[in-house]
Design a binder for this molecule. Structure first.
Ligand SMILES: Cc1cc2nc3c(=O)[nH]c(=O)nc-3n(C[C@H](O)[C@H](O)[C@H](O)COP(=O)(O)O)c2cc1C
Length: 212
């Protein structure tokens, strides 16, 4: 096996120059996201979500981006798990997308808020039945006795809602991250990567180049 120290890749596919980037970072995100979809990247909407406690202890996990527009980036989760607890005490978070097939990374930082109950409900009711039951069955991030406990709860919920639609649980819904910065990283040969950082001042976005 090659040693870890020797594992590296030279990036040669694309560049990212000032004259090519959109003036609005949401347009730039839309372009890169559609490139990722067209390149058939595996789960292009999987992103790392980093949160932190009020004392600054960080944690990170993958969640799925479910929509984005000029209001921000939306994902859905339990309102009871670890990330929800950290967001309740410290609503600042960061997102990272990495699309190795395109040699691209996007970093997004900002403030997170719950979406409206109506928006959560609309999305929840669009999910497959099994996932809706799963959301009721899971007490996200709490310790369980074993897998049997989870499966027993799933069957209990399936029975409970056998005759009706599975409604949105009170403990589940969306969050939207409203960015104050978005950085687009394009791998280049010899570690001479392109990094374009957009920063928001009120509603105005400007961008600058960062050293790789
Ligand atoms: C590809 C992938 C997609 C995921 N999508 C979600 C998601 O959209 N929402 C979610 O709550 N957890 C999702 N998870 C699970 C989370 O990574 C995590 O295990 C869970 O949300 C509990 O995190 P927490 O304990 O920090 O709250 C996903 C995991 C993977 C690997």
């Amino acid at each position: 096996m090659a040693s870890l120290a020797d594992l590296r890749k030279d990036y040669t596919l694309h560049g990212l120059l000032e004259h090519e980037v959109a003036s609005c970072p949401f347009d730039q995100f839309a372009k890169w996201f559609s490139d990722a979809v067209n390149a058939k990247v595996t789960e292009p909407n999987a992103m790392t979500l980093a949160t932190a406690t009020v004392h600054g202890a960080p944690s990170a996990r993958i969640v799925l981006l479910k929509s984005f527009d000029e209001r921000g980036f939306t994902f859905f989760t339990s309102y009871e798990g670890r990330k929800a607890g950290e967001l309740a005490e410290n609503p600042r978070a960061a997102l990272v997308f990495y699309w190795p097939d395109l040699e691209r990374q996007i970093r997004i930082e900002g403030e997170v808020q719950k979406v409206s109950k109506l928006e959560s409900e609309e999305y929840f009711l669009s999910r497959p039945l099994g996932s809706r039951i799963g959301a009721w069955a899971s007490k996200q991030s709490s310790v369980m006795k074993g897998r049997e406990e989870l499966e027993a709860r799933w069957h209990e919920i399936e029975k409970r809602f056998a005759e009706t639609i599975v409604p949105l649980p009170e403990t589940w819904g969306g969050y939207r991250l409203w960015p104050n910065s978005m950085e687009f990283w394009q791998g280049r040969p010899s570690r001479m990567h392109d990094r374009i950082l957009y920063e928001r001042n009120g509603t105005f976005w400007g961008f600058k180049r960062l050293g790789p």
